[in-house]
Design a protein around this ligand. Structure first.
Ligand SMILES: Cc1ncc(COP(=O)(O)O)c(C=O)c1O
Length: 373
């Protein structure tokens, strides 16, 4: 069995699940690790506690490997949103971002601007909601100091071109919310300055498994304004308050959740063993299958067709009168998707089997047969 075959076989959930962009059912290895480490933490032995603690370092090293950077520049976070807040509150000057971004970005940016006054928001409202390099170029002003974007848009499934955005923005900061692509999209993260994500969707690691990477430029320019007592180079700073660490460690508040780190490092190791490139290729075939059925039954697809401009999300945009019947047919066939604002978000993973895709085809066929033109 190859690593990829073993990885595919590890998707042991029930058929019908097409909602990986919302939540990723935990992998068997992650579940087993969580049980084992929970037992270790119950033992009352220092060596057992240290064993679980070691997962923090393991996770940071694996993230660094997947990004192509150094573990010193990686810090664990409770979630993507916490990671993004650390970066955004430390900015000064214009911050360019799409109005349609997931609220982790838009809310943090708005609150930071209101609270600190040092961040000025520059909203982008690109046609179709795609934050393309051209849209970014048009939105830039002399005041723009940073651009924040999702690697894969949670709504449309559009995958940003980080390298091309870098070319457009010069040496301004690029902050990336990568939760909808980390581990499944072979992105050039080093084109960015900050990358934040969480492992509870595509990595199958459960909640609490957030992390952030800070490149050199980010460490120079972003002030660690939300830095807590674990954000220094001194283990436990008592009686005197030292400056924040010079590394990414500055962008943290408290101690890491070591059980979450155990789940995350296990999930990252599974991903690293297969390789993100192989996962991306396999996932493109699954999303291609979803698009095939959508085309066959005349359901409009919002997500770009080019594999390099999408990740695991396929957004269907039925006519307004079709949205409810389509959602009902999917539910009646036992399929789990996200229906929001008239869009049906279908998100398979590489382990989504032929049985699930068959159900999806049947659901669309039933919807189509009952449709009134
Ligand atoms: C693009 C995007 N960013 C952030 C989040 C929230 O991430 P977290 O729960 O890790 O803060 C989501 C959740 O769906 C998302 O889709």
């Amino acid at each position: 069995m190859t690593d990829l075959d073993a990885f595919l076989a590890s998707f042991d959930g029930e058929p019908g699940y097409l909602d990986w962009a919302a939540f990723g059912p935990l992998s068997p290895a992650v579940r087993a690790e969580a049980v084992a480490d929970t037992e270790l933490l119950g033992s009352g032995r220092r060596s057992s506690i240290d064993l679980v603690d070691a997962h923090v370092r393991d996770a940071r090293e694996l993230i660094a490997t997947l990004i192509g950077t150094d573990a010193a520049q990686v810090v664990l976070q409770p979630s993507t949103s916490y990671g993004l807040m650390q970066a955004i509150y430390g900015l000064a000057g214009g911050l360019l971002l799409g109005r349609g971004e997931f609220p982790s970005l838009t809310v943090a940016a708005t609150r930071a601007a209101e609270a600190l006054g040092s961040v000025r928001l520059q909203w982008l409202e690109p046609a179709g909601g795609f934050v393309t390099p051209e849209a970014v170029r048009e939105g830039l002003t002399d005041d723009t100091r940073a651009v924040a974007v999702s690697l894969v848009d949670f709504r449309t499934g559009y995958r940003a071109d980080l390298g091309a955005i870098r070319d457009v923005i010069g040496d301004r900061l690029l902050i990336v919310d990568a939760i909808q692509g980390f581990g499944t999209v072979d992105a050039d993260y080093t084109a960015a300055d900050v990358v934040c994500a969480n492992g509870y969707k595509w990595l199958r690691a459960g909640r609490g498994t957030g992390f952030a990477w800070y490149g050199e430029r980010a460490l120079e320019r972003i002030a660690p304004v939300l830095s807590g007592y674990r954000g220094t180079d001194e283990g436990l700073p008592l009686d005197a308050v030292p400056p924040p660490a010079a590394s990414a460690q500055a962008f943290t508040v408290s101690g890491a959740d070591t059980l979450a780190a155990a789940r995350l490092s296990t999930a990252l190791a599974e991903t690293a063993a297969v390789g993100v490139g192989a996962i991306e290729q396999e996932l493109a075939a699954r999303t291609g299958d979803v698009m095939y059925f959508a085309d066959r039954y005349d359901v409009p697809v919002l997500t770009p067709r080019e594999p390099e401009r999408r990740g695991g999300i396929v957004a269907l945009a039925p006519a307004p009168q079709d949205a409810a019947p389509l959602a009902a047919s999917l539910a009646n066939h036992g399929l789990t998707v996200t229906v929001r604002s008239g869009l049906v978000r279908v998100s398979p993973h590489v382990g989504t089997g032929a049985d699930t895709l068959r159900l999806f085809g049947d659901a669309l066929a039933a919807f189509s047969a009952a449709r009134v033109w």
